[in-house]
Design a protein around this ligand. Structure first.
Ligand code: SF4
Length: 309
């Protein structure tokens, strides 16, 4: 329901704005970044090593768990070949796009990138891939059977917006209870406070309620390069999460009305495609934001390129 000229109007589904978790998270991270990307349409083709590596490892796990769902014999040699040499995406998620394997990634980003220690874990990608390949061949917990991988969802959230995305994996036990699993290829564990009401899991819970008529009983982040798992969502998270979702959507509405999208300069600017101090940024997006933090892994400063007034 929205207000137009003081009157309430019900929008049809095709008129509602669509949001994914990553789109909402971009706004939370920095409204200016959201504006440059989703309002002004400055999309980049270029990728980064951690994103491409995450994509191909996700694909390996997707093949493993799809085999279990479809009752196919597991072929780890094939899965490892896919991860090593790449494969064309065959699901609705970027269908036809070639996902580079480790061989191509070493050529593109340099073999040495695989031997640099991660900021948080202190582990190199070579070491983390060793952990991943051991983990890949682990037997799956018999009590929880995978029922969906790369599960696409799209539903109307409280007559307000459409929420859409893909869930990495959904498992089910004999009682019909669900667990959602999200793979993370990050270098660090979540802090406990980040696990209480993670917006991503709130959206997945709402998606399961809309599509299966029940919310999951467990929410797991599978830290695939660290060989670790963390369970998220504490009691009352869904009510808190729905309020949080409305608050973010209200803030986006306000920015649209006022036309003011404030920058939130932080060390994350180093990885933002719109900052001007990272040479790896594409020429057509680098510097579109003037208010970036000058922090870099080699110069941990609080200075900014320009203050926002
Ligand atoms: S460079 Fe920093 S302040 Fe600018 S849009 Fe990106 S994240 Fe926001």
């Amino acid at each position: 329901m929205i207000q137009i000229n003081g009157r309430c109007c019900m929008l049809t589904r095709s008129e509602l704005d669509k949001f994914s978790y990553s789109r909402l998270n971009t706004f939370i991270q920095c409204p200016m970044k959201y504006f440059l990307k989703y309002v002004s349409g400055n999309y980049t083709e270029e990728s980064k090593l951690h994103l491409e590596l995450g994509n191909i490892l996700h694909k390996g796990l997707e093949i493993k768990y799809r085999n279990i769902i479809e009752g196919n014999k597991q072929n780890y040699t094939y899965i490892k070949d896919v991860i090593t040499y790449g494969i064309a995406e065959d699901t609705d998620k970027d269908k036809g796009r070639f996902l580079n394997g480790i061989t191509q990634l070493k050529r593109i980003y340099g073999e040495e990138s695989f031997f640099e220690a991660g900021n948080k874990s202190g582990l190199t990608y070579e070491e983390k891939l060793g952990i991943f390949f051991d983990y890949l061949e682990e037997d799956h917990d018999d009590d929880w059977q995978p029922i969906h991988v790369e599960f696409p969802f799209s539903f109307v959230f409280e007559d307000r917006v459409i929420l859409e995305g893909f869930i990495d994996r959904i498992d089910q036990n004999k009682k019909g209870e669900l667990t959602v699993v999200d793979y993370k290829s990050s270098d660090k564990r979540f802090d406990q406070k980040e696990l209480a009401t993670p917006l991503q899991m709130v959206i997945y819970a709402l998606a399961c309620r809309a599509l299966f008529g029940k919310v999951p009983v467990e929410y797991m982040y599978d830290l695939i390069l660290l060989g670790d798992r963390q369970y998220a969502c504490t009691s009352g998270f869904l009510d808190r999460g729905v309020k949080k979702l409305h608050k973010v959507l209200d803030e986006i509405e306000l920015c649209k009305v006022t036309g003011e999208w404030k920058p939130k300069a932080s060390p994350l600017c180093w990885w933002c495609e719109f900052s001007g101090h990272n040479e790896d940024n594409p020429w057509y997006t680098a510097g579109l934001c003037e208010y970036y933090s000058l922090w870099s892994p080699h110069n941990k400063t609080f200075e900014k390129h320009k203050e926002y007034k």
